[in-house]
Design a protein. Sequence first.
Length: 328
Amino acid sequence: MSETLAPALEATDLHPEPAIAISGLTKTYRTGFWLNKVVSPLKDFSLTVARGETFGLLGPNGAGKTTTIKCLLGIVEPTSGSGTLLGKPLGDRSIKQQVGYLPENPYFYDYLTAWEFLHFAGKLFRLPDSLLRERIPQLLELVGLSVDTARKKQLRTYSKGMLQRTGMAQALINDPELVFLDEPMSGLDPMGRYQMREIILSLKQQGKTVFFNSHILGDVEVICNRVGLIVGGKLVQQGTLDELLGQSKSYRVQGHGGAIDQFRDCLGHFLIQGSHWSGEWSGSLPELLTLLGQAGAVVTDLHWQRQSLEEFFVNQVRAIEGDHPVSA
C-alpha cells in the first residue's frame, strides 16, 4: 500500500483494550406466516480480537457469519449480549468514522462511475475534496482499477470482480482502524484473489485490525493470526493455526540415490520408483539429515506435515453435524 495512504501504527500498547470484545451475543428472529417460528442465527457468541490482529471467521453457509458482522456494525440489533468496538459499546455511532466495511453483496448506485461513488463515500465521512483527489487514485491503483475506467464507465457496466474491487476501495476510503470484510474474495479471478490477499496483508502490516469471513481456506491460512469456526450460530473453535491444526509431527521427504537399505526401514510409507524414493520421518530433522547423508542420498524435497485448514474445517463441521467423529 502506498505510504501516503496510512502510516503504520507504532504499537498496540497505546490501546490496551481489544478492537472487538463481545460476550453472549445472541440474535433471534421470528418467522413464518404467524411469526410462530423462532430462528437463532447467533447463539451465545463470545469473542475477543486484539488490536492489530487479522481474524478469520469460518463456517458453512447459514452458520451466522454475516449476522455476526451485522450485529457488530449495528446494522442488526442483537437480541441479547453485549460488546465493544475499539472501546465503544456496540451501536455507538462515533466509532463508525474509524470502521470500514465490505459486505458480501455490496449495492452501488450503478449510474455513478467508480470515481463518483468513491467521492460520494468519502464525503459521507466528511473528507475534504483535496484529500479525496489524492486518495481516490491511490485506492484505485491499490485494488487494480484504472483511473480512466473509474472516471468514464458507470458501475452498471462493471463485472462482479470489478464491483468487488470498487467495494474494497470504498471500505478503505476513510483510512479505517478496523476493517470488516464479508467474503472479500467473492467473484474474483485468481489474479484478483492474489491482489485482495496482498491488500489485506498490507493492512495487517500497518497495524490495522481486520475481521473477515471467507470460504477460501487457503487464503485464510496465509492471512490470519487467528481463526474461529462458527457452526449453527455457535463459536465452536478459535485459536491460532498452530493451536487448531497442531504442530508438525512428521516430515515428508523425497530424494534419489543412496544406499536405500540403510534408511528405508526408518521411513514410514516408504515408496520407491527407480532411483527415486519418498517416505515419512517422525524423528528430529538433524537425525534425518545425518541418516540420509551417511547413506549418500540426495534430498530433493522436504516439508513438515499437518492437517490442512480445509481438513480441520470439514472434520469439525461433520462431527458437529453428526456425520462422523472428528479425526484425531
